[in-house]
Design a protein around this ligand. Structure first.
Ligand code: HEM
Ligand code: FPP
Length: 285
């Protein structure tokens, strides 16, 4: 891969961005289901706009964290800390992507554009500086992290309703086990930059139990579509089965208190979200 593309991929955190865009694009289709017609051109605009806006948010995050990223093994080779990209270059790229993405999303409807700008600000200028201060950062970061499905739905539907809030809620709760599993795996590296993001700031039993509790809470939250009547029974069954597996992985962390169990929970989180969101899309009432 050309080195510019490799650096670009790391600047925008490509895999994370792709899952963010995936969640928004699926929830757009959920909105279109109720509209009775799929506007594919708008779907493409949402995907490109969402990609640009999320990439910009990640670019700003890496600009702000340039010196901290130098301290951690996982992030030291990113384009800014390694010195292969200057802050000015990253800033120009991020600004262009942010403005272009906001324009595209705003062209779908005004609320979509406004929510996207709000997400960038929350992520880059609230969550990012808070990371070094307190584990509360994870709660704050969960807001911009859960806005993409809501934004996707609003891009189709034009306003925030119960369905939008439920789509937001599932992704919001999902982020706690997702991130605490990662924070457990990466704790040694994180400490080098002063990040203490586990619930108690340590890899201890209380942090593991709180992480496990978050997988338990996810089960009733994932059943809300069925309880509220817009999801069918199939999605309830899928959510219960995959939720039980995820919960079991959380329990194994409590039992073993080790990195391999946290890693399994982390991989579980990557699979959980797309399965539940796609399941919902295919089982709308
Ligand atoms: C509070 C919110 C969140 C926090 C603090 C968080 C944190 C992280 C961190 C630190 C990693 C890096 C793990 C590593 O390099 O081994 C990661 C990976 C990842 N996250 Fe999250 N995340 C959050 C929300 C989200 C959301 C909303 C999504 C998408 C819907 C997401 C999708 C991913 C994916 C796909 C990866 C794997 C990326 C890769 O390996 O390159 N995360 N997350
Ligand atoms: C629509 C829109 C603009 C949404 C923004 C969505 C977004 C980028 C969510 C990510 C959530 C998040 C807190 C990731 C962790 O980053 P980190 O800084 O902890 O990761 P790092 O340690 O790898 O830098």
């Amino acid at each position: 891969m050309g080195s510019f593309f490799k650096d670009f991929k790391n600047l925008v955190k490509l895999r994370l961005t792709l899952l963010v865009v995936f969640s928004a694009s699926v929830c757009f289709l959920v909105g279109e289901h109720y509209a009775g017609q799929i506007h594919w051109l708008n779907w493409i605009k949402l995907i490109i706009g969402g990609f640009l806006v999320t990439s910009a948010a990640n670019g700003f995050n890496e600009i702000i964290e340039k010196d901290l990223d130098k301290l951690m093994r996982r992030t030291a080779d990113r384009p800014l800390p390694s010195g292969r990209m200057t802050t000015g270059q990253a800033l120009v790229l991020s600004l262009v992507m942010g403005i272009g993405g906001t324009y595209l999303l705003g062209s779908l409807n005004l609320l979509t554009g406004v929510l996207s700008v709000f997400s960038i600000f929350l992520y880059a200028f609230a969550y990012t500086p808070l990371k070094q201060k307190s584990p509360i950062a994870v709660f704050v970061g969960a807001f911009p992290g859960a806005l993409p499905p809501l934004i996707g739905y609003v891009a189709s539907h034009g306003r925030i309703d119960t369905i939008a809030l439920v789509l937001f809620g599932i992704q919001f709760v999902w982020q706690f086990p997702h991130f605490w599993a990662i924070a457990w795996v990466l704790d040694d590296d994180y400490k080098k930059a002063g990040f203490r993001l586990l619930p108690t700031t340590h890899r201890d039993r209380v942090s593991a139990v709180i992480t496990w509790l978050s997988t338990i809470i996810l089960i009733p939250v994932s059943l809300l579509p069925t309880f509220l009547g817009f999801g069918g029974n199939l999605i309830a069954i899928v959510s219960i089965i995959i939720g039980a597996v995820f919960c079991y992985q959380g329990f194994m962390l409590v039992k073993n208190l080790d990195i391999p169990s946290a890693r399994k929970l982390m991989f579980g989180s990557f699979i959980y979200l797309p399965v539940v969101q796609l399941g919902l899309l295919f089982n709308l009432m």
